[in-house]
Each structure stands twice: as C-alpha cells, then as structure tokens.
Design a protein around this ligand. Structure first.
Ligand SMILES: [Zn+2]
Length: 397
C-alpha cells in the first residue's frame, strides 16, 4: 500500500457528511439520566448497515441497546475495537444555544454531546466509511461498539465486553488527539452512621447520628489529605472528597441516621478491593474509640469503573502516536486522563487500549458544548490511519 494511496483514502473524508450526521445525533437526546439511548442507537445501527457492516443491537439495560458493528477481515489477523458511547450527561443550565438543535456557527457544531461523545462517534463512523468505500484491504477485524450508560455506571461497556475477544481497543473521548494510556477510576461508598432517635427535648436518651458523623468526617478528611503522598507518573495522586451528606428527619427529633457519599478517585495501581479495605480501616478505627458509634458502608453508587493503564511500549500506543503524527504533522503527547472512562473494561479483557479522540474534555459537561468541524475531520482521519496501520495485511498482531 503506497503512501499516496493512504493520502487518497484520508483526503476522501469530507466535512459535510460528518457535520450532518452530528447534527442528527444531537437532535436525538440521550441524556443519562433522563432519556434512553434508543433513538440514537437506532440511527447508528442504520448508518452501520448502510456501510454494509454486520450489525447487532442488544439491550445492556432494559430498553437501552448497545450497537455492535463488525467489519469482517478475510485473514485471521488482530481484532481492533473502536468504542465510544451513545449517552450524554444531562444538559446543565446556562446554555446560550439550544442544546438539542445542532447549530453550526463559527466553524463549529454546537450541542449537547457534540464533544462528548457524539463527535467521536461520528468521526469513527466517518473513518469506517472511508475504509469501506476505498475497499481498503485489512489484515484483521474491526468491531465498532457504541455503548450506553458511560456517563453513569458503564453498564453498556460492561455488557459489550462479555464474551468479546479483542487485541486492541480505541476508546473515543475528547483528548485533543493526545494519546491517553491511563485514566482515573472512582469508588463511591455510601457511609451511614446509625444513632438512636429520641425527643430532642431529652437528647441524652438518644444517640445523635449527625454528631457521631462528625468524627467520621474528620477521620476521612485526614485520610484523603494523606492520599497526596503517592503519585502516578502520568496522573498524579489519587484523591477523595465527601460530596453528599444527609441526616435527620424532624426538627424536634434526635437523628438516628446520617449518611454521606465519599467520591474516591483512584489512579492506576490502586484496586477497588484495597481502597475499600482502607476506608473500612478508617471507619473501624473511629468506631473503636466510641462504643455508641455504629457505622457501616451501605453499598456503592455507580461509577464508570476502576482505573486502568496500557504500557507505554504497547504496539497500539506506537501506532496511535504515528497515526496522529501523520495527520497533524506533530507527535501527540502521551498522557493520563483525569476522568474515568470505558477503557478499563477493555483492559479487563486483555486488550491493549488507548483513549483517543478529537475535541476537548474541558468543553464537555458544561453549557455551550461544541466541536470544531476541522476537529471532526482530523479525528476521522486519525481513526482511519490508525486502522490501516494497525491492521495492515501481513502485519503481526
Ligand atoms: Zn465521554
């Protein structure tokens, strides 16, 4: 395959179809929580069928389907997953454009999900289309997975990897085309202090769960401050903070229950089991000082999952760096993402994985989200180039 041939395939990616598709997707709301992903999933499945891909949809949660589309290889080469998500966060306040209109202005497409992750989704579809239409021979298989629920509990990715075999996975999130090889994860225990209710005119007959929680909070504050001591080379230290507190039920009653949520951000190298043990240790130490203090963990709020990391010398990392360099002319930064994402679930099945996509995470999860049209095109070109280089016929996995 000549370099000129590669240029031809890349240059065949035009902005107009990408922009139209992104507008369509923005007009199909998929806020999580709030909506479901059915409309956007049906649209993506149909787009994949029109490309001649082998498409299946299956519910990861009731009425919330993942889309899986395969571009079969003739050979028996490696399998690459291109994954991104169908859901968005709910629209925040403060938008100055309609979040569900897909307005095009100043060379940008504006709307909820434009940069996270409907833009990446469109760039991936554009890349697949370029490959299909150019009849590019691939020495391996591409599986495009568009999953539900990334923004809350990653139930889509957890379902899609069940039984899946993949050598490589590219997770589409806004990285400004930097190559993400590590990311944080989180764990959100709901910590409950149980007291004893009594009339508030006779507080000594009760045990005040809110007063008791103060001791837990002080100990947790000390614990999270201590997390600064360890650092991941790309991501920095883990962190934690209390994000929710509830307690009391009546102004004239001693509260018998006080509950908090700790949002504990983990870095690669930390396991959820070890972090749970740390937190339980903190709670146990406080409880040991006070016979009236009863505390436990009543479950965990959903998160996208634990942190993960791909070794810097993995083949996919090198190919991703080369693909970005070829398209933009500049070698991209290799970095660690501060956010949680679905990469962890592909690492869990043994795939080399990177986070890579056009757009900027700083413009996501806020009002007036957008992605540049030039970013969309570059993103599609990078994905195309990456697939061609990684699955070049004859290249060893
Ligand atoms: Zn995202």
């Amino acid at each position: 395959v000549s370099a000129r041939e590669e240029d031809r395939v890349r240059d065949a990616i035009r902005p107009e179809p990408l922009v139209w598709m992104l507008i369509d997707l923005i007009r199909l709301p998929s806020q999580n929580p709030g909506d479901d992903e059915r409309g956007v999933a049906a649209y993506v499945a149909e787009a994949c069928r029109r490309l001649g891909l082998e498409v299946t949809t299956s519910d990861a949660l009731p009425g919330r389907p993942n889309v899986v589309a395969r571009l079969r290889a003739s050979g028996t080469g490696a399998t690459l997953v291109l994954n991104t998500h169908l859901d968005t966060v709910p629209a925040s306040g403060g938008w100055t454009v309609d979040p569900f209109a897909g307005e095009v202005r100043e060379g940008r497409v504006w709307g909820l999900g434009a940069g996270d992750a409907k833009g990446q989704l469109v760039a991936m579809l554009g890349a697949l289309r370029a490959l299909v239409e150019s009849r590019t021979p691939l020495g391996g298989e591409v599986i495009f997975t568009a999953v539900v629920d990334e923004e809350l509990g990653s139930q889509g990715a957890r379902a899609v990897v069940r039984g899946l075999k993949a050598d490589y996975a590219v997770v589409g999130e806004p990285t400004r085309l930097r190559v993400g090889i590590a990311h944080r994860g989180s764990l959100r225990p709901r910590i409950v202090v149980h007291g004893r209710s009594a009339h508030s005119s006779t507080p000594r007959l009760g045990i005040n769960a809110i007063f008791k929680m103060r001791k837990i909070l002080e100990a947790l504050e000390q614990y999270v401050e201590g997390l600064d001591a360890s650092r991941h080379p790309l991501i920095g230290p883990p962190s934690g903070t209390v994000t929710i507190i509830h307690g009391g039920h009546k102004e004239s009653a001693v509260p018998d229950r006080c509950e908090i949520v700790l949002d504990r951000r983990m870095v690669p190298g930390e396991s959820p089991e070890a972090v749970v043990a740390e937190i339980k240790g903190v709670l146990r130490r406080v409880a040991a000082t006070d016979p009236d203090l009863r505390v436990d963990i009543e479950g965990y709020l959903p998160t996208s999952g634990p942190p993960s990391e791909t070794p810097r010398d993995a083949r996919l990392v090198g190919v991703a760096v080369e693909a970005v360099r070829e398209v933009t002319g500049v070698a991209p930064e290799i970095y660690g993402a501060g956010f949680g994402c679905d990469m962890t679930h592909f690492r869990a099945i043994g795939a080399e994985a990177v986070i890579l996509g056009p757009g900027d995470i700083d413009r996501a999860h806020r009002a007036d989200e957008y992605i540049g049209i030039d970013e969309l095109v570059e993103g599609a070109q990078v994905y195309t180039t990456l697939m061609r280089r990684l699955l070049r016929p004859g290249a060893e996995p």
